[in-house]
Design a protein around this ligand. Structure first.
Ligand SMILES: C[S@@+](CC[C@H](N)C(=O)[O-])C[C@H]1O[C@@H](n2cnc3c(N)ncnc32)[C@H](O)[C@@H]1O
Length: 347
């Protein structure tokens, strides 16, 4: 199916969906920007930094990739420093270079792996599709700092879930799909269901088809027509619209995964999604803003959702661990800090 047709079908289905499966306040502005640029988008450059709006859902691969909210002047100053001053010079505190930060991120992952009994980062490397800047090599394998950060999230989750490799994972708000890239490269037999808003889902499928190969993919064209989940293909990655979440009713699976996504919705929308998750998922992984997202400005929520709110929403589950969330190179500090936690169903 042609790009234009796929996007039109997705938007058509999405526009018919009830409001609880559509963007809330936070994403309304981003949605308009995405709709306006999607047709002209060069997929081969999707990770290059050429399209700042894509960074809002994970395609942010460069040390100097700009967020769309950054002002023109700040971008100009940063570009000047990046090209003419910083480069890879030892001018950061403690005489750090960019390459030192990349290596430390890698070593952090090695330590996380050892302390969580996980599959080593050296077993996998990142895809080059979409032209990510700041690729680096360690022992002949390619990495980016964000790739390592998603690997670190896996280690934290694995510590509490001890993955066997044949689990069924449901991710809502997959964004770029980088988490799935990590998980599928580490455990090729996982079965994955990605749910997201229409254009994010389209780009996630394009990225993962290139990063993992077509054989592992059951695409939007197939899944969009489903009335139930009887056609799930074991060991494959499936792509479904957010409005298809009710198909999870009575569907038993192992892990529900939501990172930096619930917090960008409103509490009633989150509770509606959780209706289809609770009682079906054995484990729940969340990584969210601890005190909720911003309530002022153009990109904001009406009602922030805090760590305590999530814990209350997850009745029937017990918390196994909740720590401050980390990238591979630093603590997540935006929005006043993030947590990552794992909950297990109470039997
Ligand atoms: C900040 S991105 C995070 C992406 C990815 N989980 C990650 O960690 O990089 C937020 C994600 O939540 C999704 N999202 C936002 N509002 C949503 C809604 N109402 N229903 C479903 N998904 C939503 C967005 O499309 C996006 O993929």
């Amino acid at each position: 199916m042609k790009k234009k047709d796929k996007i039109n079908i997705l938007l058509e289905e999405y526009n018919k969906a009830p409001s609880e499966y559509r963007v809330a306040n936070y994403w309304a502005n981003y949605e308009t920007q995405l709709i306006n640029m999607i047709e002209g988008l060069d997929l081969g450059q999707m990770r290059s930094g050429k399209y700042p709006i894509l960074s809002t859902f994970g395609f942010i691969d460069g040390a100097y990739t700009f967020h769309p909210r950054l002002s023109f002047w700040k971008k100009l100053i940063m570009k000047f420093f990046q090209h003419y001053v910083i480069k890879n010079r030892a001018i950061l505190p403690y005489k750090l270079r960019k390459s030192d930060i990349e290596e430390m991120a890698y070593r952090h992952c090695e330590l996380m792996c050892d302390s969580t009994n996980s599959v080593p980062i050296s077993n996998i490397e990142v895809s080059e599709f979409g032209n990510p800047p700041d690729l680096f090599e360690i022992n002949g394998s390619k990495y980016t700092v964000p790739f390592l950060s998603y690997y670190r999230r896996y280690c934290f989750a694995n510590k509490h879930m001890s993955l066997k490799g044949d689990e069924v994972i449901v991710e809502l708000g997959s964004g770029s799909g980088y988490q799935i890239e990590i998980l599928k490269k580490l455990y090729p037999n996982l079965t994955i269901l990605c749910f997201d808003l229409p254009l994010q889902l389209y780009l996630c499928e394009e990225y993962l088809t290139n990063a993992l190969g077509e054989t592992d993919i059951v695409g939007i064209e197939n899944c969009l027509k489903w009335n139930d989940l009887s056609n799930i293909k074991k060991g494959s990655v499936h792509f479904l619209g957010s409005w298809q979440v009710p198909l999870l009713n009575d569907f038993q699976f192992d892990i529900f995964w939501n990172a930096a996504s619930f917090g960008e919705m409103e509490p009633d929308i989150v509770q509606n999604y959780l209706k289809y998750i609770k009682g079906n998922a054995k484990w729940i992984y969340l990584m969210q803003a601890r005190h909720g997202k911003e309530t002022a400005g153009e990109i904001s929520v009406n009602t922030p959702i805090t760590f305590e709110d999530y814990n209350n929403f997850l009745s029937g589950y017990k918390i196994l661990a909740a720590n401050d969330a980390w990238h591979s190179h630093k603590r997540l500090s935006q929005s006043g800090g993030y947590f990552e936690g794992v909950w297990a169903e109470i039997k």
